[in-house]
Design a protein around this ligand. Structure first.
Ligand code: SF4
Ligand code: SF4
Length: 316
């Protein structure tokens, strides 16, 4: 049994991934590299340090991180401010994170046991019961942690807590099967129906994802599908029609709601803090006309008999 999962964020009282009020755990590591990803801290499956250099007071006035670091050269400064880390030297001891008085250093990722996760989850049990909520897991790609999540959800189900698994479904079907018995609701997405365009924009083909969705449609579980609508990537009528055909012809009526999510420029500061390039900085969106375009897509899906809404809602 896997004893620990690598969690990079926990959100309480969230309303986006599943019904009611939820506690959502975000797991680290992802096999996809979607150009529009708003969570760059989720991509690597190891603990990472991010630095918000504008918050650094400077090593001459503060220097608290240098005082505690056992590998002084792991901290890299420019004009007195901490700007990055030498990850070959850093031992992930976390001392600088705790010592920094300015919150200029952020640790992304924490190993948590089932019991540590349950301690957080149980705090809001009353809210789940009153709102019809529960626990959600996401990522990164939560499927990379399927052994751990299987055990976590098993405990949740023993305690009567609703469970929701959000995944891109790019993994072996056997990983999905592990969590199936303990998951009430799944959320997945279709980013593009064309395998080449999918690969160009996410780093992987959509073949495995579509195959898993078809296998999923043969189970008795419920599914929400999302399309992140990205300008000049998948926002064509042709792609929406191909997606509707796939849902209607291959998924056997298993999609309980299709949700269209509008592109937002998210996470730029986090990209900077991790020394990563943000691929969408040149993308300009005319918000009103883009929203109108997405509303038209929603109308189209509904006209084909697919219950479709804009945003993460399930009801108008
Ligand atoms: S995590 Fe530890 S070793 Fe790494 S930079 Fe911070 S104090 Fe130094
Ligand atoms: S402890 Fe924080 S504020 Fe102080 S020098 Fe280091 S990064 Fe800057």
């Amino acid at each position: 049994m896997v004893k620990k999962g690598l969690v990079f964020n926990i959100q309480r009282f969230t309303i986006h991934d599943g019904p009611g009020l939820r506690t959502e755990l975000f797991f680290k590591g992802c096999p996809l590299r979607c150009k529009w990803c708003g969570n760059p801290e989720s991509l690597k499956a190891n603990i990472q340090l991010g630095v918000y250099k504008n918050k650094c007071i400077s090593k001459n006035k503060c220097g608290a991180c240098l005082e505690v670091c056992p590998q002084k050269d792991a901290l890299q400064f420019h004009r007195g401010k901490l700007v990055s880390f030498n990850y070959d030297l850093c031992t992930n001891c976390n001392a600088c994170v705790d010592a920094c008085p300015a919150e200029a250093i952020k640790q992304w990722g924490k190993e948590m046991s089932i019991e540590e996760c349950m301690e957080v989850i149980r705090k809001d049990k009353g809210y789940y019961e009153r709102s019809g909520g529960g626990v959600s897991v996401s990522g990164g790609e939560a499927l990379l942690h399927s052994d751990f999540i299987r055990e976590l959800f098993k405990v949740c189900k023993e305690e009567g807590i609703h469970t929701c698994f959000e995944s891109a479904f790019h993994g072996n079907w056997s990983e999905i099967e592990k969590v199936l018995p303990y998951t009430d609701l799944f959320i997945s997405d279709i980013k593009h129906m064309d395998p080449e365009i999918h690969k160009e924009n996410t780093g992987v083909s959509n073949a495995k994802i579509l195959e898993n969705l078809i296998s999923f449609s043969k189970t008795d579980k419920e599914l929400i599908i999302r399309i992140p609508v990205i300008p000049n990537v998948n926002d064509s009528q042709e792609n929406m029609e191909a997606t509707a055909d796939f849902i209607l012809n291959q998924l056997d009526g298993k999609v309980r709601t299709l949700q269209l999510l509008s592109f937002m420029r998210l996470g730029e500061e986090k990209y900077q803090s991790l020394g990563m390039e943000y691929n969408m900085s040149d993308v300009k969106v005319r918000r009103v006309s883009f929203q109108k375009k997405i509303a038209k897509f929603a109308e189209y899906f509904n006209s084909r008999g697919i219950h479709c809404l804009v945003g993460t809602k399930e009801k108008q």
